[in-house]
Design a protein around this ligand. Sequence first.
Ligand code: GDP
Ligand code: MG
Length: 442
Amino acid sequence: MLDSLSNRLQGVFQKLSSKGTVREKDLDEALREVRVALLEADVNFKVVREFVKGVRERAIGADVLKSLTGPQQVIGFVNEEMVRILGEEQVGLATASKPPTILMLVGPKGSGKTTTAAKLALHLRKGGQKPILISTDAVRVAGSEQLLALGKQLNVPAADVSDAKPKDQAKAALAEAKKHGATALIVDTTGQIAYDSDSTADLREIHKAFGPTETLLVIDAMTGQEAVNVAQEMDDVFGIAGFIMAKMDGDARGGAALSIRAVTGLPIKFIGTGEKADALEAFIPDRFASRILGMGDVLTLVEKAAETIGDEDVQRLEKKLRTQTLDLEDFMIQIQQMKKMGPISQLVDMIPGLSNVKSQMNLDDIDESFWDKAEAVVYSMTPEERRHPELINGSRRRRIALGSGSSPQEINRLLNQWKQAKKIAQAVASGKGPSLLNMIRR
Ligand code: GDP
Ligand code: MG
């Protein structure tokens, strides 16, 4: 997702991290590169300008130029600004105070409305609702057929009311909903070109008759900045509650997804990540930012960990992270947990800093036997060495190698990995964010 932007930003961070301290010159250079990367991803220039200004002000305010953790702090600020322009809080769908809830999807031709309607039906059903799909697409016969077919495939009731006059379609749809005991109507519409008022006349009448709980604008993520204009015009006509960015799995440059909230003030509620009906994700700004910035999806990882290892261990680990006292014994516990969590190749994407070196890593190297070896190595250390791995010199290394049946190189590799883990821990700990557990429970 947004791979080229993501790679460029990670390149900037790597360069910055390679410097011990950040001089003003380094900060300006990094920010210039961030600016160019965002502009090339077609992010709105005003949003870019505010973004860069925001990061710079925070950096100067926090005295990063004097700080030993300057690079990490700057990266943290980029993350915070990113979360800010994406809207901070996740915004879910509204439900009608008096059922049924009516969600109407509007948007340009081919943006993904019909596909998204089916995805939303699945999403609502998972949440315990009884959805019905409604086609009002009178322009493209294939459009209603497509929706009816999707309904059949997903075992969700679907009805085509597009034969009725625009003002009568809502009544027909509500009758169908009642027949099926539906609690939510998902209303698919004909593609609109926002600024052509003739083409919206029918849809305006349909919209008025339905009086939707929410009107959602479906946007093709590849549209770039033009999406912002469409959004503003559609909002003027229909009063948009938020956006669904479809086709985020493609090679979208990212401009639309990153600009639209800041420019319109309206939230992105979901992203579409594939053609299949289950390829819909709730849009959560901080998680999205972490992914773009290559910080891995730490929360998803922690969630997964909490499922496998329980809250108490997470709390203990978190305390260690915050007090920066992670030692090899903790690393050991982590390794044991990793073993429980499943194949390493699946986890790598979620681990900060690892996703961008994945192509250079030999993943076959890190199979189950790797963890067993790591365990053997740590067990061959004295408790003192586990708490203070910096004590491990040449002769200690040889002793540990002998005890664990491994080579000194393997021990070095493990120690490097532990250092990497510690770095990640420090990055997490330096974030002033809420507790990991609270974030999971959100
Ligand atoms: P509509 O004209 O707005 O109803 O658009 P459709 O729902 O018919 O979608 C147009 C095309 O985009 C179809 O080929 C869909 O399979 C495809 N599509 C929709 N959403 C996504 C998505 O999230 N990812 C991908 N890769 N394709 C999508
Ligand atoms: Mg359609």
